[in-house]
Write a protein that binds this ligand. Structure first.
Ligand SMILES: [Zn+2]
Length: 435
Protein backbone atom coordinates (compact mmCIF):
# COMPACT_ATOMS: atom_id res chain seq x y z
CA UNK A 1 0.00 0.00 0.00
CA UNK A 2 1.52 3.36 -0.96
CA UNK A 3 2.25 5.65 1.90
CA UNK A 4 0.70 9.06 1.85
CA UNK A 5 2.11 11.63 4.15
CA UNK A 6 0.16 14.64 5.28
CA UNK A 7 1.39 17.53 3.24
CA UNK A 8 1.95 20.99 4.59
CA UNK A 9 1.95 22.44 1.08
CA UNK A 10 -0.40 25.42 0.68
CA UNK A 11 -3.69 24.56 -1.00
CA UNK A 12 -2.94 26.59 -4.09
CA UNK A 13 0.15 24.63 -5.06
CA UNK A 14 -0.82 21.08 -4.20
CA UNK A 15 -2.04 18.84 -6.97
CA UNK A 16 -3.84 16.28 -4.91
CA UNK A 17 -5.38 14.81 -8.06
CA UNK A 18 -2.23 12.98 -8.93
CA UNK A 19 -2.34 10.79 -5.90
CA UNK A 20 -6.02 10.65 -5.22
CA UNK A 21 -6.61 9.18 -8.66
CA UNK A 22 -4.67 6.15 -7.59
CA UNK A 23 -6.47 5.94 -4.30
CA UNK A 24 -8.49 2.86 -3.74
CA UNK A 25 -8.06 2.69 -0.02
CA UNK A 26 -10.76 1.12 2.04
CA UNK A 27 -9.25 2.67 5.14
CA UNK A 28 -7.91 6.25 5.37
CA UNK A 29 -7.73 9.34 7.57
CA UNK A 30 -8.46 12.78 6.17
CA UNK A 31 -6.32 15.41 7.86
CA UNK A 32 -5.46 19.07 7.55
CA UNK A 33 -8.91 20.22 6.40
CA UNK A 34 -11.43 22.27 8.31
CA UNK A 35 -14.44 20.00 8.72
CA UNK A 36 -17.91 21.49 9.12
CA UNK A 37 -20.10 20.16 11.90
CA UNK A 38 -23.67 21.00 11.02
CA UNK A 39 -24.45 22.34 14.51
CA UNK A 40 -21.85 25.06 14.08
CA UNK A 41 -22.86 28.36 12.53
CA UNK A 42 -19.29 29.10 11.48
CA UNK A 43 -16.44 26.89 10.41
CA UNK A 44 -13.93 25.98 13.12
CA UNK A 45 -10.64 27.67 12.19
CA UNK A 46 -8.73 24.58 13.33
CA UNK A 47 -8.33 21.60 11.06
CA UNK A 48 -9.69 18.24 12.12
CA UNK A 49 -9.69 14.57 11.18
CA UNK A 50 -12.03 11.95 9.74
CA UNK A 51 -11.29 8.24 9.73
CA UNK A 52 -13.11 6.30 7.01
CA UNK A 53 -13.22 2.53 6.64
CA UNK A 54 -15.25 0.56 4.09
CA UNK A 55 -17.21 3.63 3.08
CA UNK A 56 -18.23 4.70 6.56
CA UNK A 57 -16.92 7.26 9.02
CA UNK A 58 -15.50 5.27 11.91
CA UNK A 59 -14.08 8.18 13.91
CA UNK A 60 -13.79 11.95 13.82
CA UNK A 61 -11.69 14.59 15.53
CA UNK A 62 -9.20 13.39 18.14
CA UNK A 63 -10.36 9.78 17.83
CA UNK A 64 -9.64 9.83 14.09
CA UNK A 65 -6.30 11.48 14.69
CA UNK A 66 -5.42 8.62 17.03
CA UNK A 67 -6.01 6.00 14.31
CA UNK A 68 -3.28 3.41 13.82
CA UNK A 69 -0.28 5.07 12.18
CA UNK A 70 -0.36 2.48 9.39
CA UNK A 71 -3.67 3.93 8.14
CA UNK A 72 -2.86 6.24 5.20
CA UNK A 73 -3.30 9.96 5.87
CA UNK A 74 -4.77 12.09 3.12
CA UNK A 75 -3.59 15.60 3.74
CA UNK A 76 -5.94 18.33 2.59
CA UNK A 77 -4.34 21.50 3.90
CA UNK A 78 -6.37 24.66 3.46
CA UNK A 79 -9.44 22.76 2.30
CA UNK A 80 -12.95 22.74 3.70
CA UNK A 81 -14.91 19.50 4.05
CA UNK A 82 -18.72 19.52 4.18
CA UNK A 83 -21.29 16.71 3.91
CA UNK A 84 -22.44 15.69 0.44
CA UNK A 85 -25.46 17.62 -0.78
CA UNK A 86 -29.04 16.35 -0.87
CA UNK A 87 -31.67 17.39 -3.40
CA UNK A 88 -35.02 16.33 -1.95
CA UNK A 89 -37.04 16.66 -5.15
CA UNK A 90 -35.90 15.69 -8.64
CA UNK A 91 -37.32 13.80 -11.60
CA UNK A 92 -34.58 11.79 -13.27
CA UNK A 93 -36.92 10.73 -16.03
CA UNK A 94 -37.60 14.28 -17.19
CA UNK A 95 -35.40 15.98 -19.77
CA UNK A 96 -35.11 19.66 -18.78
CA UNK A 97 -34.66 20.59 -22.44
CA UNK A 98 -38.18 19.43 -23.31
CA UNK A 99 -41.11 21.66 -22.52
CA UNK A 100 -44.24 19.52 -22.44
CA UNK A 101 -45.39 16.14 -21.08
CA UNK A 102 -46.15 15.10 -24.66
CA UNK A 103 -42.52 15.70 -25.66
CA UNK A 104 -41.31 13.83 -22.58
CA UNK A 105 -43.50 10.84 -23.38
CA UNK A 106 -42.21 10.78 -26.96
CA UNK A 107 -38.58 10.13 -25.95
CA UNK A 108 -37.64 6.72 -27.43
CA UNK A 109 -37.35 4.01 -24.80
CA UNK A 110 -33.81 3.06 -25.86
CA UNK A 111 -32.56 6.60 -25.16
CA UNK A 112 -34.13 6.99 -21.76
CA UNK A 113 -31.99 4.94 -19.40
CA UNK A 114 -28.79 6.27 -20.89
CA UNK A 115 -29.98 9.86 -20.50
CA UNK A 116 -31.04 9.18 -16.92
CA UNK A 117 -27.67 7.61 -16.11
CA UNK A 118 -25.95 10.70 -17.55
CA UNK A 119 -28.06 12.97 -15.35
CA UNK A 120 -27.26 10.91 -12.26
CA UNK A 121 -23.53 10.99 -13.00
CA UNK A 122 -23.62 14.77 -13.48
CA UNK A 123 -25.44 15.16 -10.15
CA UNK A 124 -22.78 13.23 -8.27
CA UNK A 125 -20.04 15.18 -10.03
CA UNK A 126 -21.68 18.38 -8.83
CA UNK A 127 -21.57 17.19 -5.22
CA UNK A 128 -25.09 15.79 -4.89
CA UNK A 129 -24.62 12.50 -3.06
CA UNK A 130 -28.30 11.87 -2.29
CA UNK A 131 -31.52 12.74 -4.08
CA UNK A 132 -35.17 11.83 -3.79
CA UNK A 133 -36.84 11.16 -7.11
CA UNK A 134 -40.36 12.53 -6.78
CA UNK A 135 -41.96 10.65 -9.63
CA UNK A 136 -41.75 9.01 -13.00
CA UNK A 137 -43.92 6.85 -15.17
CA UNK A 138 -42.28 3.45 -15.38
CA UNK A 139 -39.97 2.92 -12.38
CA UNK A 140 -36.88 3.37 -14.56
CA UNK A 141 -35.32 5.47 -11.80
CA UNK A 142 -35.59 2.43 -9.51
CA UNK A 143 -33.39 0.46 -11.90
CA UNK A 144 -30.94 3.35 -11.97
CA UNK A 145 -30.96 3.48 -8.14
CA UNK A 146 -30.15 -0.23 -7.97
CA UNK A 147 -27.35 0.03 -10.52
CA UNK A 148 -25.80 2.90 -8.52
CA UNK A 149 -25.89 0.76 -5.37
CA UNK A 150 -23.64 -1.67 -7.20
CA UNK A 151 -21.41 1.05 -8.66
CA UNK A 152 -21.38 4.19 -6.47
CA UNK A 153 -19.45 6.25 -9.04
CA UNK A 154 -22.55 6.21 -11.26
CA UNK A 155 -24.62 8.71 -9.33
CA UNK A 156 -26.10 9.71 -5.98
CA UNK A 157 -27.94 7.53 -3.50
CA UNK A 158 -31.53 7.64 -4.71
CA UNK A 159 -34.82 7.40 -2.89
CA UNK A 160 -37.61 6.80 -5.38
CA UNK A 161 -41.32 7.59 -5.21
CA UNK A 162 -42.43 5.84 -8.41
CA UNK A 163 -45.73 6.77 -10.02
CA UNK A 164 -47.35 9.71 -8.23
CA UNK A 165 -50.93 9.08 -7.13
CA UNK A 166 -53.26 11.55 -8.81
CA UNK A 167 -56.88 12.01 -9.81
CA UNK A 168 -58.19 10.90 -13.21
CA UNK A 169 -56.92 13.49 -15.68
CA UNK A 170 -55.19 15.33 -12.83
CA UNK A 171 -51.68 16.75 -12.61
CA UNK A 172 -49.06 14.15 -13.61
CA UNK A 173 -51.78 11.70 -14.73
CA UNK A 174 -49.62 11.12 -17.84
CA UNK A 175 -47.49 8.94 -15.53
CA UNK A 176 -50.31 6.50 -14.94
CA UNK A 177 -50.95 6.79 -11.20
CA UNK A 178 -54.66 7.68 -11.45
CA UNK A 179 -56.87 6.71 -8.51
CA UNK A 180 -60.38 7.54 -7.36
CA UNK A 181 -61.38 5.43 -4.35
CA UNK A 182 -59.66 4.19 -1.18
CA UNK A 183 -59.44 0.75 -2.80
CA UNK A 184 -57.71 2.23 -5.88
CA UNK A 185 -55.34 4.08 -3.60
CA UNK A 186 -54.42 0.98 -1.66
CA UNK A 187 -53.88 -1.01 -4.85
CA UNK A 188 -51.75 1.73 -6.44
CA UNK A 189 -49.60 2.10 -3.34
CA UNK A 190 -49.15 -1.66 -3.16
CA UNK A 191 -47.95 -1.55 -6.78
CA UNK A 192 -45.44 1.21 -6.03
CA UNK A 193 -44.06 -0.65 -3.03
CA UNK A 194 -43.93 -3.87 -5.04
CA UNK A 195 -41.90 -2.00 -7.67
CA UNK A 196 -39.44 -0.97 -4.96
CA UNK A 197 -40.53 2.59 -4.16
CA UNK A 198 -38.97 4.08 -1.04
CA UNK A 199 -41.54 6.86 -0.75
CA UNK A 200 -45.08 7.52 -1.94
CA UNK A 201 -45.86 10.72 -3.84
CA UNK A 202 -49.36 12.12 -4.01
CA UNK A 203 -50.53 15.07 -6.07
CA UNK A 204 -52.72 17.11 -3.71
CA UNK A 205 -53.30 20.08 -6.04
CA UNK A 206 -53.09 20.86 -9.72
CA UNK A 207 -49.84 21.88 -11.35
CA UNK A 208 -48.59 24.04 -14.17
CA UNK A 209 -46.89 21.32 -16.20
CA UNK A 210 -50.10 19.39 -17.00
CA UNK A 211 -52.44 20.89 -19.60
CA UNK A 212 -55.91 21.47 -18.13
CA UNK A 213 -54.71 21.43 -14.53
CA UNK A 214 -54.90 24.47 -12.25
CA UNK A 215 -52.18 24.75 -9.60
CA UNK A 216 -54.28 26.34 -6.88
CA UNK A 217 -57.08 23.75 -6.94
CA UNK A 218 -57.06 20.86 -4.48
CA UNK A 219 -57.25 17.44 -6.14
CA UNK A 220 -58.14 15.04 -3.33
CA UNK A 221 -60.26 15.64 -0.26
CA UNK A 222 -58.93 15.12 3.23
CA UNK A 223 -60.38 11.66 3.63
CA UNK A 224 -58.74 10.34 0.44
CA UNK A 225 -55.41 11.85 1.43
CA UNK A 226 -55.76 10.12 4.79
CA UNK A 227 -56.26 6.86 2.89
CA UNK A 228 -53.01 7.56 1.04
CA UNK A 229 -51.04 8.18 4.23
CA UNK A 230 -52.57 5.19 6.05
CA UNK A 231 -51.95 2.82 3.15
CA UNK A 232 -48.36 4.06 2.74
CA UNK A 233 -47.59 3.86 6.47
CA UNK A 234 -48.98 0.34 6.67
CA UNK A 235 -46.27 -0.54 4.19
CA UNK A 236 -43.56 1.40 5.98
CA UNK A 237 -43.51 4.34 3.57
CA UNK A 238 -43.82 8.08 4.14
CA UNK A 239 -45.69 10.42 1.83
CA UNK A 240 -44.57 13.47 -0.13
CA UNK A 241 -47.42 15.67 -1.32
CA UNK A 242 -47.32 18.06 -4.26
CA UNK A 243 -49.21 21.16 -3.05
CA UNK A 244 -49.60 24.63 -4.53
CA UNK A 245 -52.90 26.05 -3.24
CA UNK A 246 -53.70 26.37 0.46
CA UNK A 247 -56.67 23.93 0.37
CA UNK A 248 -54.34 21.20 -0.88
CA UNK A 249 -51.63 22.17 1.61
CA UNK A 250 -54.15 22.02 4.47
CA UNK A 251 -55.50 18.63 3.37
CA UNK A 252 -52.03 17.15 2.99
CA UNK A 253 -50.89 18.52 6.32
CA UNK A 254 -53.94 17.22 8.20
CA UNK A 255 -53.65 13.85 6.49
CA UNK A 256 -50.13 13.56 7.95
CA UNK A 257 -47.83 13.67 4.92
CA UNK A 258 -44.18 14.00 5.87
CA UNK A 259 -43.04 16.51 3.25
CA UNK A 260 -45.06 19.25 1.59
CA UNK A 261 -43.64 19.90 -1.87
CA UNK A 262 -43.73 23.44 -3.33
CA UNK A 263 -46.08 25.04 -0.71
CA UNK A 264 -46.33 28.03 -3.01
CA UNK A 265 -49.65 29.35 -1.63
CA UNK A 266 -50.98 29.82 -5.14
CA UNK A 267 -54.04 32.03 -5.51
CA UNK A 268 -55.95 33.45 -8.48
CA UNK A 269 -53.14 35.95 -9.08
CA UNK A 270 -50.43 33.28 -9.07
CA UNK A 271 -47.89 31.73 -6.71
CA UNK A 272 -47.50 33.40 -3.34
CA UNK A 273 -50.74 35.36 -3.58
CA UNK A 274 -52.86 33.38 -1.12
CA UNK A 275 -50.81 33.36 2.08
CA UNK A 276 -52.66 31.89 5.03
CA UNK A 277 -51.22 32.71 8.45
CA UNK A 278 -53.28 30.27 10.44
CA UNK A 279 -52.35 27.46 8.06
CA UNK A 280 -48.67 28.37 8.32
CA UNK A 281 -48.98 28.29 12.09
CA UNK A 282 -50.52 24.84 11.83
CA UNK A 283 -47.70 23.68 9.53
CA UNK A 284 -45.11 24.88 12.01
CA UNK A 285 -46.90 23.24 14.96
CA UNK A 286 -47.17 19.94 13.07
CA UNK A 287 -43.41 20.15 12.40
CA UNK A 288 -44.02 19.18 8.80
CA UNK A 289 -41.27 19.79 6.29
CA UNK A 290 -41.61 22.13 3.34
CA UNK A 291 -39.61 21.31 0.23
CA UNK A 292 -40.05 24.55 -1.71
CA UNK A 293 -38.28 23.51 -4.95
CA UNK A 294 -36.39 26.78 -5.32
CA UNK A 295 -34.18 26.18 -8.34
CA UNK A 296 -31.91 27.73 -10.94
CA UNK A 297 -35.00 28.89 -12.83
CA UNK A 298 -36.02 30.98 -9.82
CA UNK A 299 -32.50 32.36 -9.70
CA UNK A 300 -32.97 33.71 -13.22
CA UNK A 301 -36.12 35.52 -12.11
CA UNK A 302 -34.83 37.60 -9.22
CA UNK A 303 -34.33 40.82 -11.15
CA UNK A 304 -35.72 42.21 -14.36
CA UNK A 305 -33.68 43.78 -17.16
CA UNK A 306 -33.59 47.07 -15.26
CA UNK A 307 -32.21 45.39 -12.14
CA UNK A 308 -35.50 45.75 -10.26
CA UNK A 309 -36.92 42.86 -8.21
CA UNK A 310 -39.41 40.94 -10.33
CA UNK A 311 -43.01 40.45 -9.31
CA UNK A 312 -42.23 36.71 -9.12
CA UNK A 313 -39.39 37.36 -6.70
CA UNK A 314 -41.51 39.60 -4.51
CA UNK A 315 -44.40 37.15 -4.30
CA UNK A 316 -42.36 34.01 -3.66
CA UNK A 317 -39.90 35.76 -1.42
CA UNK A 318 -42.76 37.03 0.74
CA UNK A 319 -44.24 33.53 0.89
CA UNK A 320 -40.96 31.87 1.89
CA UNK A 321 -40.06 34.54 4.44
CA UNK A 322 -43.53 34.28 6.00
CA UNK A 323 -43.11 30.51 6.34
CA UNK A 324 -39.69 31.00 7.85
CA UNK A 325 -41.07 33.55 10.32
CA UNK A 326 -43.62 30.96 11.43
CA UNK A 327 -40.81 28.52 12.11
CA UNK A 328 -41.63 26.10 9.30
CA UNK A 329 -38.78 23.71 8.55
CA UNK A 330 -37.34 23.74 5.05
CA UNK A 331 -35.37 21.25 3.04
CA UNK A 332 -33.50 21.97 -0.18
CA UNK A 333 -35.06 20.77 -3.42
CA UNK A 334 -35.18 21.84 -7.06
CA UNK A 335 -37.79 19.86 -9.05
CA UNK A 336 -34.92 19.17 -11.48
CA UNK A 337 -36.12 17.85 -14.80
CA UNK A 338 -38.82 20.47 -15.28
CA UNK A 339 -38.11 22.81 -18.20
CA UNK A 340 -34.79 24.63 -17.80
CA UNK A 341 -33.90 23.06 -14.45
CA UNK A 342 -30.92 20.73 -14.86
CA UNK A 343 -30.30 17.88 -12.46
CA UNK A 344 -26.76 18.87 -11.52
CA UNK A 345 -27.73 22.47 -10.84
CA UNK A 346 -28.59 22.28 -7.13
CA UNK A 347 -26.05 24.93 -6.10
CA UNK A 348 -27.70 27.55 -8.32
CA UNK A 349 -30.94 26.58 -6.57
CA UNK A 350 -29.32 27.00 -3.16
CA UNK A 351 -28.09 30.46 -4.13
CA UNK A 352 -31.61 31.37 -5.20
CA UNK A 353 -33.03 29.87 -2.00
CA UNK A 354 -30.71 32.08 0.05
CA UNK A 355 -32.02 35.17 -1.74
CA UNK A 356 -35.70 34.26 -1.85
CA UNK A 357 -36.02 33.01 1.74
CA UNK A 358 -33.54 35.48 3.24
CA UNK A 359 -31.50 32.67 4.80
CA UNK A 360 -27.90 32.63 5.94
CA UNK A 361 -25.57 30.34 3.98
CA UNK A 362 -25.36 28.02 7.00
CA UNK A 363 -29.16 27.64 7.07
CA UNK A 364 -29.25 26.82 3.38
CA UNK A 365 -26.44 24.31 3.76
CA UNK A 366 -28.26 22.59 6.63
CA UNK A 367 -31.39 22.40 4.46
CA UNK A 368 -29.28 20.62 1.83
CA UNK A 369 -27.55 18.24 4.29
CA UNK A 370 -28.67 17.41 7.83
CA UNK A 371 -32.23 18.78 7.61
CA UNK A 372 -32.92 17.01 4.33
CA UNK A 373 -31.51 13.76 5.70
CA UNK A 374 -33.76 13.99 8.75
CA UNK A 375 -36.85 14.81 6.68
CA UNK A 376 -36.12 11.95 4.31
CA UNK A 377 -35.64 9.50 7.18
CA UNK A 378 -31.98 8.81 6.41
CA UNK A 379 -30.27 10.80 9.18
CA UNK A 380 -28.63 7.59 10.37
CA UNK A 381 -27.04 7.20 6.92
CA UNK A 382 -25.95 10.61 5.63
CA UNK A 383 -26.26 14.39 6.03
CA UNK A 384 -23.53 14.85 8.66
CA UNK A 385 -19.90 13.96 9.14
CA UNK A 386 -20.20 11.74 12.18
CA UNK A 387 -19.12 8.34 13.31
CA UNK A 388 -21.30 5.60 11.87
CA UNK A 389 -22.53 7.53 8.84
CA UNK A 390 -21.68 7.02 5.18
CA UNK A 391 -18.52 8.83 4.08
CA UNK A 392 -20.29 11.30 1.78
CA UNK A 393 -18.45 14.61 1.60
CA UNK A 394 -17.11 17.37 -0.58
CA UNK A 395 -13.63 18.83 -0.54
CA UNK A 396 -13.80 22.55 -1.27
CA UNK A 397 -11.22 25.28 -1.70
CA UNK A 398 -13.25 27.91 0.14
CA UNK A 399 -15.71 28.24 3.01
CA UNK A 400 -19.34 27.85 1.82
CA UNK A 401 -20.63 29.31 5.10
CA UNK A 402 -19.17 32.61 3.92
CA UNK A 403 -20.28 32.24 0.32
CA UNK A 404 -22.33 29.33 -1.00
CA UNK A 405 -20.63 29.67 -4.37
CA UNK A 406 -17.77 27.73 -2.78
CA UNK A 407 -19.96 24.66 -3.42
CA UNK A 408 -19.59 25.08 -7.17
CA UNK A 409 -17.18 22.61 -8.69
CA UNK A 410 -15.89 20.75 -5.63
CA UNK A 411 -12.28 19.63 -5.84
CA UNK A 412 -13.28 16.12 -4.79
CA UNK A 413 -16.59 14.42 -4.27
CA UNK A 414 -16.38 11.49 -1.89
CA UNK A 415 -19.34 9.15 -1.96
CA UNK A 416 -19.52 6.05 0.23
CA UNK A 417 -15.78 6.49 0.75
CA UNK A 418 -15.00 6.51 -3.00
CA UNK A 419 -13.02 9.50 -4.24
CA UNK A 420 -14.02 11.23 -7.46
CA UNK A 421 -11.72 13.98 -8.61
CA UNK A 422 -12.41 16.50 -11.33
CA UNK A 423 -10.58 14.45 -13.95
CA UNK A 424 -12.42 11.24 -13.08
CA UNK A 425 -15.68 13.11 -13.09
CA UNK A 426 -15.09 13.86 -16.75
CA UNK A 427 -17.50 15.94 -18.74
CA UNK A 428 -19.18 17.84 -15.97
CA UNK A 429 -21.52 20.42 -17.37
CA UNK A 430 -20.48 23.83 -16.10
CA UNK A 431 -22.45 25.10 -13.12
CA UNK A 432 -25.04 27.57 -14.26
CA UNK A 433 -25.09 31.16 -13.21
CA UNK A 434 -27.97 31.78 -10.90
CA UNK A 435 -28.25 35.46 -11.73
ZN1 LIG B 1 -41.88 17.61 -9.08
Amino acid sequence: MPEIVTSATPAASIDARVWVKSLDFKDFVVSGARIWKVEEAALDPLSSFLHVRDGRIVAEGAAARAADSRVPRIGLPGRVVVPGLIDAHVHLELDPELNTPAQQLAVPEEDRLEAMAGRAAAMLAAGITTARDCGGGAHREHRLRDSIRARPQGGPRLLCCGQPLTTFGGHCSFWGGEVETPADIDRMIAQQVEAGSDWIKVIATGGIFTPGSRARDAQFDLSLLRSVVESARRRGREVAAHCHGSDGIANALRAGVRTIEHASFAGPAGFGTALDDSLMREMAEAESWVSPTVNAGWGRRIEDAEGEPTDFFQRLSTALRAQRAHGIRFIASTDAGIPGVFHHDLVAGLLAFERFAGLRPVDVLRCATSEAATALGIADETGRLEEGLSADFLVLGKDPLEDLRALNDPEFVVFRGDWLDRAARGSVPPARDSG
